[in-house]
Design a protein. Structure first.
Length: 172
């Protein structure tokens, strides 16, 4: 029942946002923020294909200095719907704009992993964890890398740490 209500609310928000955005009186940054919020809501609901569309719209409408957050949404959603090429292209742009940011580095590593570049991904996860040891995405990535190399006990420890840090992340 709650899910049906949430879907109805999300649909109403999408319809309202579409109307607002098409009304040429909304500044680009406001249009981007509306699409970003819609993307966040859809992503939280597990509607990754729809969230990808919303994040793409947010990225298109975002001012040049405010593309980080919508780009991260595009990458995360693209990874969830197996749009690995798109995820990697956007992750490379994100990484170039924020090469030291731990969140950006971990997301870039996720895109590398999805492209089969496992050693490069592990290096990215380690860089992200060096900057932010409590980063759940980094811990999860290291767990995957360790498991792939059959270091299962260590992988389990990293996976449990990631889960403690981000218990609501369904992927973790």
């Amino acid at each position: 029942m709650h899910s049906a209500i949430r879907v109805a609310v999300a649909s109403a928000i999408v319809a309202t946002a579409s109307f607002i955005i098409s009304a040429d009186t909304t500044p680009a940054s406001e249009a981007s923020e509306v699409q970003l919020r819609i993307g966040d809501l859809l992503f939280a609901e597990g509607r990754f294909s729809d969230s990808l569309d919303a994040y793409r719209n947010a990225l298109k409408a975002a001012p040049a200095d405010a593309t980080r957050r919508p780009r991260m949404g595009v990458i995360a959603s693209a990874l969830r719907v197996a749009e690995f090429g798109l995820a990697r292209v956007e992750a490379e742009k994100l990484h170039l704009s924020d090469p030291k940011g731990p969140d950006a580095t971990a997301l870039y590593a996720d895109a590398l992993w999805s492209s089969g570049l496992f050693q490069e991904a592990e290096s990215g996860y380690r860089d992200a964890l060096a900057a932010a040891p409590e980063l759940a995405r980094g811990r999860h990535g290291i767990a995957r890398s360790l498991a792939a190399r059959s270091h299962l006990e260590e992988a389990l420890g990293e996976a449990q740490a990631a889960l403690r840090l981000s218990p609501r992340d369904l992927e973790i």
